[in-house]
Ligand binder design. Sequence first.
Ligand code: UGA
Length: 497
Amino acid sequence: MKISIIGSGYVGLVAGACLAELGHAVVLIDNDPVKFAALSGGECPIHEEHLPALLAKHRGKSLTFSRDLRVAVRGSQAVFIAVGTPPAVNGEADLSYVETVAREIAGALRNYTVVVDKSTVPVYTSEWVRKIILLDGAPAEMFDVASNPEFLREGTAVTDFLYPDRIVIGADTMRAADTLREIYRPLTDGSYYRRSDAIRINPGAQPRPARLIATSTKAAELIKYASNAFLAMKISFINAVATVCDSVGADVDEVREGIGSDSRIGSRFLVPGLGYGGSCFPKDLSAYHAVARECGYEFRLLEEVMRINNDQPQRFLRKIRSVLWTLKGKRLGVLGLAFKGGTDDVRESPAISIVESLLKEGCTIQAYDPAAMVRARELLGDRNITYVSSGYEAARDADALLILTEWQEFAELDPAQIRKLLRYPIVADGRNLFDCDVMRDNGLTYISVGRPDVNHWQKEPEYSRISAAETNKPRARSTFAESEMHEQPAVGAAGLD
Ligand code: UGA
C-alpha cells in the first residue's frame, strides 16, 4: 500500500521504518530542512534499537523522504499524521500542528484517502480533523479520518511496533477500517513473523499473530490517554507504597512481590523509583486531566498521580541529604541522566532535575550516561559538572555515588570496585538496582527507595537473611526493563508461543 507519514519525530520515524519493513511503500514527510537532510543523508537521529538497520535496509527503496506534502499525499491510500502535540500553557495538548497539516492534506486530496491520527491526541481530534478538511473544500466521499494510537516505548519502539500487545484501529466507516486492517495484515495474519528476514525478539520462538481491536475513533483516542494514565497511576501507586515502607521500615520489594503476584494486579510497572519522566506520561497526564475537565469531569485521581510523581525526586533529595548531611562542596558521582534506561532522551528526566538541584546547592558532579550525555550537556552545561566515560569513572574519588537512571549497565557494576573507587562508601540508588545485602557485604552504606537503609557499619538484621532464604530472593538484580522482559507473559507482544 502507498502510505505517507507526516512528521518524522519518534512516532513518525519508527512507524515509517516499520511499515516499510511490512512491505508498504512509505514516504516520510518533514518540513524541517535539517531533519530532512539528515534522514536523506543516511543518519538515524534517535537512539533506538533496530532503527538504524531498518533505515539502512529500506531507505531509497520502500522508504523515501520528502518535503512536499502535496505530492506525497496525492499518491497515497493512507496518510498518517504523526506531528508533535506539545503541552500548551494550560496543560492541554497544543493541536495547532495537527490543524495545519489537516488543512494542507485537504488541498492535496485527489483520490479516496484515509487520514489517520497517529499522534497522541485528545478525544474529538478526529472529528475536528474531519471538519477542517471539509471546511477546506475536500468532498466528504474523498476521505475518512481514523485514529490509530501507538503504544511504543522509547528504546524498544521497533519491536513494540512489530510485536504489539494489540493494534487499535478507531474508524467510523468500514472502508477506513478495512484500509487499516490491510496495512497491519502482515502482523495480524502472522506472515511477517514467518519471514526469514523478520526482526526477532525471541529467536527460536514462533510468535502468534498480533491482536487487532477495532473501535470507534473516539474510543481509540480515549484508549491511548487512558492506557498511559493507568500505567502512570501504577508507578505513582508503588511510589506511594514505597514511601509508607520507608516510614515503617518494610521492604517494598517484598510488598511488590506480594501484590504483583496477584494476576489481577500484575507485577509490571510496579517498580518504585524517582517517578516517571519522558515526553509522554507527564504531557499526556496533564492533557488527559485538561480534556476531562473540559468535558465536565474533575479527574482528581490524575491530580494525585501527578502530585506523587512530582514529589518523588524531592523525597530522594531529602534521602541524599540524610546520608551526606550538608551538600555544599560535595563531589558526587552520578549514574544516569536519561529519563529511563535504553534511551538518549532527557525530556522531563527526573535525573536532570535532581542534578540541577544538586548543582544549585553547591555540589560538583561527575556524571555518566551510556547514551544521553550529549543531550544532557545541552541542558546542564559544563559549570561544576564533568562528563566521564564510565560508571567507575563517575565513582572515582566521589563523596557518594548516585544512581538516577535504570540502565542495565549500571546494575552490572561491581560493588566491590565501586567501594574501592569512592572516597566515602556511600551509594544512593534512586532506581533500586542493587541488592541491599550485597551492598552491605561489600561495606557500602546504601540507601534506595522503599527499602531499609544499609549502613556499612551495621550488621544485617536477622529477619532479612531469613526472608531471603525463605522466598529464594535473588541476590543479583536487574533493571525494570529486564525484569519486564522476563515477566512478559507467554502471549506478550503479539504472543510468543
Ligand atoms: C510510554 C508508554 O509505556 C508507551 O506504551 C507509550 O506508547 C509511550 O509512553 C507514549 O505515549 O508514546 P515511554 O515514555 O517510552 O513509553 O517509557 P516507559 O517505559 O513507559 O517509562 C516511562 C517512565 O516511567 C520512565 O521514566 C521510567 O523510568 C518510569 N517507570 C516505568 C518507573 O518508574 N517504574 C516502572 O515500573 C516503569
